[in-house]
Write a protein that binds this ligand. Structure first.
Ligand SMILES: [Zn+2]
Length: 107
């Protein structure tokens, strides 16, 4: 995943494909760094998918307590998104650290 880091704003954020290399906040020059998705991100994704699947079970299969599947599904989806948000935070920090390292590294 490509991240941008703006030294002027001291902010790192996900770079979208259409964006130029300038900061979306101040328009200044940014560092672009590549950060690999961490394991937490995939874990959050898997939990979210499992939750979505669980919430859909009562639609396709006759179960005795469909509301339990739906409640569990919603819980998992919410939990998964929280993990993804946390993983994103960790990756943002990594992007920041990487951008700062690149600055100090000798050419
Ligand atoms: Zn900026």
């Amino acid at each position: 995943m490509k991240y941008k880091y703006c030294p002027r704003c001291d902010k790192a954020y996900i770079k979208s494909r259409l964006e130029k290399d300038s900061c979306i906040y101040c328009g200044g020059p940014c560092e672009t760094v590549d950060v690999k998705r961490n394991g937490m991100y995939y874990l959050g994704y898997a939990i979210m998918l499992a939750g979505a699947a669980s919430a859909f079970v009562p639609r396709f299969v006759v179960v005795s307590a469909p509301e339990l599947f739906i409640a569990a599904g919603i819980g998992l989806v919410v939990g998964g998104s929280v993990i993804i948000i946390m993983a994103n935070g960790a990756m943002t920090n990594m992007a920041k650290e990487k951008a700062m390292e690149d600055d100090t590294a000798p050419e």
